[in-house]
Design a protein around this ligand. Structure first.
Ligand SMILES: Cc1cc2nc3c(=O)[nH]c(=O)nc-3n(C[C@H](O)[C@H](O)[C@H](O)COP(=O)(O)O)c2cc1C
Length: 199
């Protein structure tokens, strides 16, 4: 049995929602299982179907599979803490967005590019969860290194690196990470949403 099924999930929704939202979380322990390119593409396929302003689809993804050159280039950009666990993932996916679109031969700004890319990452994470995988986003990377390593095109912005793979047994993690391998809670809904005003 993997830790995925063994970990106690204390999360309780304040209002009735689909269980996928509380059962998904961001662990750091991976099994050694590799992912095929097809499995990674299936996760990205879900991201592709996210909504975006004017259907601009400004999200862009670059990925590597553990052991290949692209994976190494992405892993090299991670801050040491993230690298320590994320380089054991089966795949690393970089989430970026293009800040403009081409319209009538001119580059027009897309003010919602980051919002749209965030929605795509959310879809990606839930699809990974449905596929029995884990997806853990990281903002802890060096953007200069990552941009250089992947030859980031001009006008693209980096948002996150996502570690994807099969959830490993908690005992294989260093003790300090074992303590963090639990689903976190959230602010109560009334601390973030109110009728007719912001809280
Ligand atoms: C944009 C973004 C950046 C994050 N950066 C990191 C990171 O650098 N390192 C890390 O260990 N976790 C990182 N996380 C994971 C969050 O800490 C985690 O999603 C949050 O605590 C909520 O927990 P959950 O995903 O398990 O529900 C990041 C998550 C997001 C969405």
């Amino acid at each position: 049995m993997t830790a995925h099924t063994a970990i106690h999930n204390p999360r309780e929704a304040d209002h009735p929602i689909h269980a996928q939202f509380t059962s998904r979380f961001s662990p750091r322990g991976f099994t050694p299982k590799a992912l095929t390119e097809e499995e990674v593409l299936a996760v990205l396929e879900a991201a592709r179907w996210a909504p975006s302003a004017s259907n601009n689809q400004p999200w862009r993804f670059a990925y590597g599979l553990r052991g290949d050159a692209a994976f190494g280039k992405i892993a090299d950009s991670l801050v040491p803490f993230n690298r320590s666990w994320a380089e054991k993932a089966a795949a690393l996916i970089v989430v970026a967005s293009r800040t403009t679109i081409e319209k009538d031969g001119a580059d027009v700004p897309v003010p919602t590019h980051a919002f749209d890319a965030g929605a795509a990452w959310g879809y990606l994470a839930l699809q990974a969860h449905h596929a029995g995988l884990i997806a853990h986003a990281m903002a802890g990377f060096d953007p200069k290194t990552l941009a250089e390593n992947l030859k980031l095109p001009e006008g693209y912005v980096l948002h996150a690196v996502v570690a994807v793979g099969e959830h490993g047994n908690i005992e294989n993690l260093p003790e300090v990470l074992q303590a963090r391998e639990v689903p976190s809670n959230r602010f109560p809904l009334d601390k973030v949403a109110a009728h007719g005003k912001f809280v």
